[in-house]
Design a protein around this ligand. Structure first.
Ligand SMILES: Nc1ncnc2c1ncn2[C@@H]1O[C@H](COP(=O)(O)OP(=O)(O)OP(=O)(O)O)[C@@H](O)[C@H]1O
Ligand SMILES: [Mg+2]
Length: 291
């Protein structure tokens, strides 16, 4: 490295060391991710629209079809995948050579979450962007996922540090799935996420409209709750496939508490049927991508 006038030898040495560390990390991530076929992030512009619910249930629906699936829960401020999949009491093991063994969930789904690194579930993570980035790099480089057909990455709302870090760090990210509610307010904020994806050169594979009507547990009918047609609107505007419309089913949240996986216990529910439609459409999109 040429030493510019004004840059001390010491500084130049430090910069070189940082560059080597970065390159080594990148190589480790590439090596660790090379046996994972599809890497898909789940995003939305707004909080609470159901990203984590969609991520977890997509994973279950895919694993139920025989695919090997992993999840990275990269929501530093509200990691919820372990709760949704009933894996809160599990632990991530660390091997002698400092690799992480992900938690094995239902149907063999491999789960990695910051949740497992917190002293207790109520601990707030007060990290700035660079620290979050190095943690994500560490997870990507050192988790022993082995071969996977799908790695789903659950993101926090918006287009903040975690989303930027993911698209910058993960080699060959297949694309993103955007989750919206039917309302225009939700769709507008998801439009920002789609814009972010475009600007980052990442494909949005599809849109999932969640909380699309209420599934009455007594009458087994779906009633409209929120106004709007957000999923279809975004699909038309950006020419991105609408993968499905998932109804609100009041029983799903309680399922994990009972240690049950809703999709498996309730194969006839419209919630389950629509998730299966979502993965069929997603598989079609991926097939088209691969020519
Ligand atoms: N289709 C659905 N039917 C019933 N409940 C749902 C549905 N989708 C989500 N929920 C519930 O809504 C709440 C928010 O969902 P979830 O945590 O998945 O949203 P999120 O977008 O990941 O939130 P955050 O932005 O905080 O990460 C949860 O309590 C979840 O159980
Ligand atoms: Mg979430």
């Amino acid at each position: 490295m040429a030493v510019k006038p004004g840059v001390s030898k010491e500084e130049a040495k430090k910069k070189l060391q940082a560059l080597i560390t970065m390159k080594t990390k990148q190589r480790m991530i590439e090596e660790s991710m090379k046996n994972i076929k599809y890497k898909i992030g789940v995003i939305s512009g707004k909080g609470g629209v159901g990203k984590s619910t969609v991520t977890a249930n997509l994973a279950v629906a895919l694993a139920n079809k025989g695919y090997k699936v992993g999840i990275i829960d990269s929501d530093f401020h509200g990691p919820s995948i372990p709760k949704i999949l009933g894996l809160e009491d599990e632990k991530v093991l660390v091997t002698e050579d400092k690799k992480f063994v992900p938690v094995e969930g239902p149907l063999g789904i491999k789960v990695m979450s910051i949740y497992y690194f917190l002293p207790d579930p109520t601990t707030a993570v007060i990290w700035r962007g660079p620290l979050k980035k190095s943690f994500l790099e560490e997870i990507l480089a050192s988790t022993l996922f082995g071969y996977l057909d799908f790695l789903l990455i659950d993101l926090p709302p918006g287009t903040g540090d975690e989303a930027i870090n993911l698209v910058q760090t993960l080699p060959n990210l297949t694309g993103l799935i955007a989750v919206t509610q039917p309302t225009e307010v939700s769709a507008i904020s998801v439009a920002k996420s789609i814009d972010f994806a475009k600007k980052s050169g990442v494909r949005v594979l599809g849109i999932v409209e969640n909380m699309s009507g209420f599934l009455c547990p007594v009458e087994k009918k779906v009633y409209r709750v929120f106004p709007g047609n957000g999923g279809q609107m975004l699909s038309d505007k950006y020419s991105i496939p609408l993968l499905g419309r998932i109804p609100i089913d009041p029983n799903i949240a309680g399922s994990a508490d009972k240690g049950e996986i809703f999709l498996i216990k309730n194969p006839e529910s419209p919630f389950t049927i629509e998730f299966n439609n979502v993965i069929e459409r997603l598989l079609r999109v991926l097939k088209e991508l691969n020519g």
